[in-house]
Design a protein around this ligand. Structure first.
Ligand SMILES: Cc1ncc(COP(=O)(O)O)c(C=O)c1O
Length: 383
């Protein structure tokens, strides 16, 4: 019903993915999609724009109600209305949460390879970064709680969890989250769970909202999610910060107010309402399209470029390519991808520890474009 094959030029729209890059390279890097948003979102925005007056907003419309319904339906867990706050973006929320919940000198855990801004967030407010690298057995990544037990001390106050995990594509299971949650409760570590990719999981997997794992954990954590990745509206400032614990919530809200960010963007309210209210059918079709893109890529690599191994994804539209068999160092690999394959991917090294020899590829694009990218890669490898 929806046409994800349609090519929509994004050039000259001030977009990061296409306009801020060297011409001639096929951009498959930054985590947004080359698809139009659901038609209902486009229509709602057009209607709002047609009104022509864009003065200060005073509230959130039905934003919170439609979010609650969305989460109840898709995850079997729903926040209470008063638990919900917003932020212009998840990264902004992470910085504000660190400001709200730490003192300089506190330590913050992240689990690389991971979304790069986590590094900056964990070093903000005078905090110290504590890395607990994921364990990779050659096929699958796991959290390493034994290793973490050796590293943790009383200065550790926060963990920033990526769930599902960008860039390695894991959708953490309920058991894994329970074990992590228990660990953090024992060590009095509050978890910030960045669930921005939660709506984008492959059909065989199920996202578990961390707060849904236990009542005790619900009180010891914060969920950050957003419609931005899901409906491809990342350029519209809107994300959710869900906090059941009253003390943590009031600490966050104070920083939000003191940052002058308590009022929403008028287009954000319109887009969020329309997306969560009408976007589900579109999303379900998108997920099938993305799954097919993943299968195409997996088959192509296995058959024609076996030197590049795909780490089997469970969620996100970001594929994690193990390029170590190409025998190139990181600098050589980056220039091989850019200069020989004429692709713009994300070098694994930007995701920190454990990223060497990997590249991240965004496959949220029309299939014809994905095929061009794979053919370019094949040509480069085959010389
Ligand atoms: C894990 C993760 N968190 C946050 C973001 C960005 O969120 P926002 O644009 O809402 O700041 C991304 C974008 O790729 C991401 O992968």
């Amino acid at each position: 019903m929806y046409d994800f094959d349609k090519i929509v030029s994004r050039e000259n729209t001030n977009c990061a993915k296409w306009d801020a890059v060297e011409k001639g390279l096929l951009p498959m890097w930054v985590a947004d999609m080359d698809f139009q948003s659901p038609p209902e979102v486009m229509m709602a925005l057009q209607e709002r724009a047609q009104h022509g007056v864009f003065g200060y907003s005073s509230g959130y419309g039905d934003w919170f109600e439609v979010l609650i319904q969305w989460m109840r339906k898709r995850y079997g867990w729903a926040p209470q209305r008063e638990w919900i706050s917003t932020s212009p973006g998840v990264v902004a929320a992470l910085f504000m949460l660190v400001r709200a919940l730490t003192e300089p000198g506190d330590r913050i855990i992240i689990q690389p390879p991971v979304y790069r801004p986590f590094y900056y967030v964990a070093r903000s407010n005078g905090c110290e970064l504590l890395e607990n690298p994921l364990y990779f057995d050659g096929n699958k990544y796991r959290m390493d709680l034994e290793q973490l037990r050796q590293k943790v001390d009383s200065r550790v106050k926060l963990m920033i969890l990526c769930s599902p995990h960008n860039p390695i594509g894991r959708v953490w299971s309920r058991e894994e989250l329970l074990a992590l949650g228990q660990f953090c409760l024992e060590h009095e570590i509050t978890i910030i769970s960045d669930e921005i990719h939660s709506d984008l999981v492959l059909p065989d997997y199920k996202h578990t909202v961390l707060a849904s794992v236990s009542k005790e954990l619900e009180q010891n954590m914060i969920v950050c999610n957003a419609p931005s990745k899901t409906f491809n509206i990342a350029g519209i400032p809107a994300s959710n910060v869900i906090i059941a614990n009253e003390n943590l919530r009031s600490a966050y809200r104070r920083v939000l107010r003191e940052s002058g960010l308590a009022l929403p963007n008028v287009f954000a309210v319109t887009a969020v309402e329309a997306a969560y209210t009408y976007g589900e059918a579109w999303l379900d079709e998108l997920l099938l399209y993305l799954e097919e893109n993943y299968r195409l890529t997996a088959g192509f690599l296995a058959e024609r470029i076996p030197e590049i191994k795909l780490v089997e994804p469970e969620g996100t539209y970001l594929l994690w390519l193990d390029c170590r068999s190409l025998g190139l160092d990181d600098k050589e690999l980056d220039s091989f991808i850019k200069e020989k394959a004429k692709l713009l991917l994300e070098p694994g090294t930007i995701f920190g520890t454990g990223g060497n020899g990997f590249q991240r590829m965004n496959i949220a694009c029309p299939r014809s474009r994905l095929l061009v990218a794979l053919q370019r890669l094949e040509k480069a490898v085959r010389g």
